[in-house]
Write a protein that binds this ligand. Sequence first.
Ligand code: F6P
Length: 319
Amino acid sequence: MKKIAVLTSGGDAPGMNAAVRSAVRTAVTEGYEVVGIKRGYSGLLDEDMFEMNYSAVGGIMEKGGTILRTSRCEEFRTEQGRARAAEILRKHGIDALVVIGGEGSLTGAMLLMEETGIPSVGIPGTIDNDIAYTDMCIGVDTCLNTCVENIQKLKDTASSHERAFVVEVMGRSSGYVALTAGIATGAEAIIIPERPVNYEAIAEKIWNERKRGKINCIIVVAEGAASAYTVARHMEHRIGYETRITILGHVQRGGSPTAFDRILASRMGYEAIQSIKDGEFGVMIALQSGKMVRVPYSKVLSEKKELDETLIKMADILS
Ligand code: F6P
């Protein structure tokens, strides 16, 4: 095995650059030739790739987004698309891939390997933290810090005006971001797809606190549970606050990665190359109880990551 390609795919996540930097530098040091593929699987199908050396990844760790750029590629979802990708990789003499992305991207890598024999190692990069068998994905910590910073600002203006804010955060079908951002900001209510929502009970609790003299209210809702508009409709006129809506949106995906994400991504990039060196393919690098481990794609992708029940119970007590 001589030549490795690295790509980032799906929704970007802060820290992806640190993973690219680490994978490239480790691979070069181990004697591999390295190619960067632009725009994920779309760039692969367009043969949009370039040689990368040790200095090609200088000064990128602190940058948000991904210097390799990214995309969600329809053609790669088809077997024909993946067969064409394999031909292109063989034509360019690429022996293995490092794929940095979320569930869809890792599924693509798994199918590519099963159908065409192109070996790969995956690195979980998504702000959603919805990938099983890893405690954290790259980008989650930075996303949470962005949520906390912004919700804290909303709390300031909420207090001045004695208002409620319904804040919608990302996470696709996972409530992880909403739950943890809600805990970290002391939100009055957290609405997540993992458990049924009882608008009556939430409204009553907020109204009682309002009567006791509370002057602000933050309700965090996961996009996968309900829209902020729906939640606000259920709340206004029942909670004693004028209600405003904020959808945090794609700010959650940007920004310079936190120290945690930089270190996590560096460890994962390094471990991905160790795995290639050991000839262990078809695995995702994961963080489990502080350690780097390798988990087969088939295992990772056949399970839905569950939210920690204790966190949910704790949030109920603390909010
Ligand atoms: O998977 C990351 C994510 O940001 C989700 O939280 C969100 O639902 C989705 O991507 C948004 O996708 P897009 O960038 O295509 O708008």
